[in-house]
Design a protein around this ligand. Structure first.
Ligand code: SLL
Length: 157
């Protein structure tokens, strides 16, 4: 389909994880054997940011092969997140699928799970006290010369 020339649209979102030492509310108690951590990996809009499900339609999270059904696919409206328990850190492979009218291929990202306290001694102490670890970063996708239909989707937010 027709494309909008000399135009690039950029969208921002977060990829990250949160983690807790088990037991923790919302996670199986007792946890599976050897599982010491509960975590959630996610693709989210920015806090108070615009809806991302207008343009992001599906997210595939590929977990470590030690998990049953390691490939987890979440369709819009989401939330685009996977909650699990486990014992170890690993890189989650993430594929982002866009609205069909975009004609865009899926985009790949990786997020390395952070399950242990990190940062300064003060930050680590707070993460331990709150039993909450958050590791996330701002991500960007760029749509260069989007199709006319996708341009409409993106700009009608
Ligand atoms: C390693 N980085 O090098 C680690 C691998 C394994 C993650 C982490 C439990 C999976 C399950 C789990 O935490 N796997 O029992 O379902 O060995």
């Amino acid at each position: 389909s027709k494309r909008v020339k000399n135009t690039k649209l950029t969208r921002h979102f977060l990829i990250g994880n949160e983690a807790h030492l088990l037991p923790h509310p919302g996670y199986p108690d007792p946890p599976p054997e050897n599982h010491t951590k509960g975590w959630k990996v996610y693709v989210r809009p920015l806090p108070n940011g615009p809806d991302i499900t207008t343009w992001l339609k599906k997210v595939q999270f590929k977990l470590h092969h030690t998990y049953n059904d390691a490939s987890r696919t979440i369709e819009a409206p989401g939330p685009f997140e996977v909650q699990e328990t486990g014992y170890g850190e690993f890189g989650v492979e993430i594929r982002l699928y866009f609205a069909p009218e975009s004609g865009e291929k899926a985009v790949y990202r990786e997020h390395y799970l952070v399950l242990a306290p990190y940062g300064s001694e003060e930050q680590k102490a707070r993460q331990e006290r709150e039993n909450l670890i958050v590791a996330e970063r701002l991500e960007t996708v760029e749509f260069n010369e989007p199709t006319v239909d996708f341009f409409k989707t993106l700009t009608s937010e």
